[in-house]
Design a protein. Structure first.
Length: 139
């Protein structure tokens, strides 16, 4: 069995964003040479997410509104976590809802997606460098 590991780095200047990282993961798969196996893609920061869904701008705007309704950024004083001097408690909660990681099957050297599925990086507390781990195992 082969194993491949790569870190993808992001520095999103805005507080929140959704970035389609499917092309970067597909490049990792090509570089790995693995034809059958599994790809794990996970956010390595507790205020960011990796998830699978449709690459449709209306859906992304719906996510933005929905997440802000669930865990509004302001007032920052509403969160006990922010008493530590940070202002990102909402980002931790948004990450919890959107998830830490995805696992995608690899079949015949391709990510084995359902219709419309793409991999996204969700940033909820931008302004600094963060990374995503891509780990691919298989034959």
């Amino acid at each position: 069995m082969k194993s491949y590991r790569k870190e993808l780095w992001f520095n999103i200047p805005s507080r929140r964003a959704f970035i389609n990282i499917t092309p970067q993961v597909e490049e990792c798969l090509r570089d790995s040479g693995i034809r059958e196996g599994l790809a794990l893609v996970n956010a390595m920061h507790i205020t960011a997410s990796v998830f699978i869904n449709d690459d449709e701008s209306g859906l992304h705007q719906d996510y933005e509104r929905w997440l802000e309704n669930l865990a509004p950024h302001e007032p920052v004083s509403q969160y006990l976590h922010n008493r530590t001097g940070e202002d990102n408690a909402d980002a931790h909660l948004k990450r919890q809802v959107m998830g830490r990681e995805v696992v995608v099957a690899i079949t015949n050297g391709r990510l084995d997606f359902g219709p419309w599925e793409q991999i996204f990086y969700g940033e909820f507390d931008g302004g600094r460098r963060k990374r995503v781990l891509v780990k691919i195992i298989g034959e």
